[in-house]
Design a protein around this ligand. Structure first.
Ligand SMILES: [Fe+2]
Ligand SMILES: [Fe+2]
Length: 275
């Protein structure tokens, strides 16, 4: 069983700065003949505010020849309460209407794949409690299936015991709850995007994979102490173990957000809206 993870494509018909990288990505995905493609969010430049971006993203996803699942990113549905684009009922409803569910479960043979909406984790919204209850039930009823989890934000940035990381990772308390829940149910892989860095961390007690963006990298304007700066995708081969690898894609143009920030995400934002 082969799963291709793509992420952080930041597609838009209104701001097509990174669109050139979509076609070579699709060609590579097709050449890999995966059983499934999972997009781990930031499908769009600004689906949080522009319906056109979500519609465009949906059309791009439909161009993939293989079954595709997608979880939302902060640029698709907004971020924590108190941020410039807080996740809310309207933004979630728009994602669900145009793209599909913001959380999902799919069984593939002996595997159970779970997609989570990471933008509501730690938000205090009723949606967060509903998703957690659903997640507990989905893990409890897995009937021996092996579990993989996909979501946009990583569980942690540097290590599982770290404190508040603001924009980049999950808040400590919901992180601890998820870590315990995933360990209890033997989750084997948690794959995420958001950081525009590539990294594989084993022993957390499960593997965590940061898929690299296929849209752009983030340059010196943001200091990120860990992770590789590259454009590409991740491959997860499901067998007696899960083999994960990061695949740099040389056919992708090396766009760097620093160069076009004022056009793509104006006005000049703080570090907190770049990824
Ligand atoms: Fe993101
Ligand atoms: Fe992103």
């Amino acid at each position: 069983m082969k799963i291709i993870q793509i992420t952080d494509t930041h597609l838009s018909s209104l701001k097509p700065h990174f669109r050139e990288n979509w076609r070579p990505l699709v060609e590579w995905v097709d050449s890999m003949a995966p059983d499934l493609v999972v997009h781990t969010g930031d499908l769009t430049v600004d689906g949080a505010d522009f319906e056109e971006d979500l519609v465009h993203g949906r059309e791009m996803l439909r161009g993939l020849r293989y079954p595709t699942l997608c979880v939302p990113g902060n640029h698709d549905v907004g971020d924590m309460p108190g941020t410039r684009q807080p996740v809310d009922a309207g933004r979630l409803a728009r994602w669900r209407r145009i793209i599909g569910p913001d959380r999902w479960v799919h069984n593939l043979g002996e595997w159970r794949l779970i997609g989570l909406n990471s933008l509501i984790i730690g938000s205090g919204l009723s949606e967060e409690d509903e998703q957690l209850a659903w997640l507990e039930s989905t893990l409890r009823t897995r009937e021996g299936r092996r579990v993989l989890v996909f979501k946009h934000k990583p569980l942690f940035v540097e290590d599982p015991e770290e404190g508040e990381t603001g924009y980049w990772g999950l808040r400590p308390e919901p992180r601890r709850r998820l870590l315990a829940l995933f360990a209890e149910h033997g989750v084997e892989l948690v794959a995420s995007g958001h950081l525009h860095r590539a990294r594989i961390v084993d022993g957390a007690p499960f593997r965590c994979v940061w898929g690299p963006s296929s849209g752009f990298t983030v340059g010196p304007m943001v200091t990120m102490p860990v992770g590789e700066v590259l454009l590409g995708a991740a491959v997860h081969i499901l067998g007696s173990t899960v083999e994960s690898r990061i695949v740099p894609l040389g056919a992708l143009k090396p766009f760097v957000i620093d160069d076009v920030l004022q056009e793509v995400y104006p006005p000049a934002p703080t570090e907190a809206s770049l990824s």
